[in-house]
Design a protein around this ligand. Structure first.
Ligand code: UT7
Length: 332
């Protein structure tokens, strides 16, 4: 009997309208367009503005666009996995808020937090429910409103992050397409280099935590950079090696968009030329869980059935990983 595999059958993304350029940031902190462009590759990022606008606003736009595109009703969805580091509220899960807003009355949902590797963890997890035959339609969302946890007086973090996200539908196929292999890693000793100090159960919000600006993302960039370059490249190469995939056989690398220099190092380790590496960091910056689905969305019209695609990410935690998938449809 042919093995059931989980294939991506559609993708859609959303970024908010408001744009924050490097020039805008020059007015907020001591930085320059030239420094940001040279050191990260980022030119602008999108910001979700307005009262009571959480990550679910981004996710709902992405999922509604996805459902329309693939002609699927919300009530057909079995499961919603929302990968995010910036949930609307601590509880209930943002996946449930999204499900309620779109009318996914037959779905259960949960959030998955693995920082910038969240979407990879979500894809690997969601595909298991399809492969076992338990469910038929699993929506995996990667979305973050990073501007809600960024300190716009801290030049080492505010230049990198933006808001946005995307969603994919996973469905079963008996053909040889879909998620083929995944390597997921985490190392909790990375906590001091990338974290948010307060707002959890260890250090709940108080007057003091607010005064000390502890509700913002803190990053020791140079340390994270070193780990990211090494680990993202290693795991991407590893998933190719253990599946006997040569560079020529890989159609696309979809790297997490944190820094163009990390992307270039990973592509070089895999032996891939720049024209086979998805990149939109210049427009969106680092949208955490959103980067990989946003890349798939932007490049969807160039993807062909059977393309070997490697997704790779590195993020806070530390978390990192790589997934090999075979794209399941031609441009529509
Ligand atoms: O997605 C989650 C994982 N995150 C990442 O993968 C991010 C990884 N890290 C990075 O991308 C880089 O570390 C950064 C782009 C954030 C920073 O680049 P760096 O080469 O690691 O810079 P650095 O932190 O070592 O700082 C070098 C210099 C310092 O000045 P001095 O001490 O040498 O005089 C910083 O103060 O650059 C200075 N600097 C800036 N200058 C202008 C730091 N941020 C800025 C800035 N504008 N925005």
């Amino acid at each position: 009997m042919p093995k059931t595999q989980a294939a991506i059958t559609g993708v859609h993304g959303y970024v908010p309208e408001d744009v924050l350029t490097n020039k805008d940031l020059e007015k907020l902190v001591d930085t320059s367009d030239e420094w940001i462009t040279t050191m990260t590759g980022i030119k602008e990022r999108h910001i979700l503005k307005g009262e009571n606008q959480g990550t679910s606003v981004i996710a709902v736009k992405a999922v509604e666009g996805l459902l329309e595109k693939i002609n699927t009703k919300a009530k057909e969805i079995d499961l919603i996995i929302c990968c995010t580091t910036t949930p609307d509220i601590v509880f209930p899960a943002t996946a449930n808020i999204i499900g309620n807003k779109i009318g996914a009355v037959n779905a259960f949902g949960y959030d998955l937090q693995a920082a910038c590797s969240g979407f990879l963890y979500g894809l690997a997890t969601g595909s298991q429910f399809i492969e076992t035959g338990k469910y038929k339609k699993v929506v995996v969302i990667g979305a973050d409103k990073m501007s809600s946890i960024i300190d716009y007086t801290d030049r080492t973090t505010c230049i990198i992050f933006g808001d946005g996200g995307g969603a994919v539908m996973l469905e079963p196929t008996e053909e040889d397409y879909g998620i083929k292999d995944s390597i997921l890693k985490s190392d909790g000793s990375g906590e001091p280099y990338l974290h948010m100090k307060a707002g959890g159960s260890r250090r709940p919000a108080s007057e003091e935590t607010v005064k000390n600006r502890e509700h913002f993302a803190y990053q020791k960039g140079s340390m994270v950079f070193k780990f990211a370059v090494k680990n993202m490249a290693n795991v991407a190469a590893q998933v190719m090696e253990r599946n006997n995939l040569s560079s020529e056989e890989v159609a696309w690398l979809v790297p997490h968009q944190a820094n163009k220099r990390i992307i270039d190092a990973t592509a070089s380790r895999m032996g891939l030329a720049e024209n086979r590496v998805m990149q939109n960091i210049q427009h969106y910056g680092n949208t955490t869980s959103g980067t990989i689905p946003l890349c798939l969305w932007d490049y969807e019209s160039q993807l062909k059935k059977g393309d070997n695609i490697i997704l790779a990410a590195f993020g806070g935690g530390f978390t990192w990983g790589a997934i090999w998938l075979k794209w399941a449809y031609d441009p529509k």
